[in-house]
Design a protein around this ligand. Structure first.
Ligand SMILES: [Zn+2]
Ligand SMILES: [Zn+2]
Length: 257
């Protein structure tokens, strides 16, 4: 059967915390798949196993987009490359890796620290740094970038194809321009780390995430990068918002079917 649309999979809906009192959520990771091709958006700790739990093969990953270098977003990049070297079916296709400014040097340091175990065998890795308005084109899709204000260089991504669109904020402080960037997407994946009234250093409070959802006019908004404090009362608060949902690990959303 020919696949019509694409599937967006939440691998990890959590952040850096590992509290045992709330739901245990894996750190940030998302997979977008169509046919036998998968694009990754972030790949924090544990996401190689989350791919397996989602019954997706790492061998289908062609492009990996990283919003920034914080470990809750890149933690399993080493695990993925180690898998390709030793455990995957021999990989032939080039792996394209993207990140913000500084990502190439980070990648070199990472592979050097693990030398030689992350070095690819039988395939090539290409690392590209992306800036504001950069566009990456693939087979029937494109990903547009927007720089967002975080505590380090960070990007938001907008995926577009004839089947639909997805915008992912990565980690960011409040900036209404992100709502324009996400305008009328089919799915808007918004970080939502901090409770209202709490101090924030580079993240969205709940009310700010909801404001971006409202301004974006996205068909569906998924609140993610959830923490124990941002989750308190969140389900009740969004119960009356018809297009806003809480992300959960291994949630699959079909778009364009
Ligand atoms: Zn994060
Ligand atoms: Zn971060």
């Amino acid at each position: 059967m020919k696949t019509k649309g694409f599937t967006f999979v939440v691998l990890g809906s959590g952040c850096f915390t590992a509290s045992s009192t709330g739901p245990v959520r894996n750190p940030a990771g998302y997979a977008l798949s169509r046919g036998d091709q998968t694009l990754l958006f972030d790949f924090g700790f544990g996401n190689l196993r989350q791919l397996a739990r989602a019954q997706m093969s790492p061998d289908t990953v062609s492009h990996a987009f990283f919003s920034h270098r914080h470990p809750d977003h890149v933690g399993d990049l080493a695990a993925l490359l180690f898998y390709y070297r030793y455990d995957g079916k021999p990989r032939r296709n080039k792996l394209q890796i993207y990140g913000p400014r500084g990502f190439k040097a980070f990648f070199q340091r990472l592979t050097k620290a693990h030398q030689p175990w992350l070095r690819p065998r039988g395939f090539k890795i290409e690392v590209t740094e992306l800036e504001e308005k950069a566009v990456v084109r693939g087979d029937g899709w494109r990903v547009v970038c927007r720089e967002v204000p975080h505590s380090t260089e960070a990007l938001a991504f907008r995926y577009e194809s004839k089947f639909g669109s997805v915008c992912y904020t990565g980690d960011t402080t409040y900036d209404p321009g992100i709502a324009s960037f996400a305008q009328e997407t089919d799915l808007f994946v918004v970080e939502c780390t901090v409770a209202d009234g709490s101090r924030t250093d580079g993240h969205l409070r709940v009310s700010e995430a909801l404001e971006l959802a409202r301004l974006s006019k996205a068909k569906k908004t998924l609140l993610t990068h959830l923490s124990e404090e941002s989750e308190k009362g969140l389900a009740r608060r969004i119960a009356k918002l018809p297009r806003v949902y809480k992300a959960k690990d291994l949630l699959k959303i079909n778009i364009g079917y």
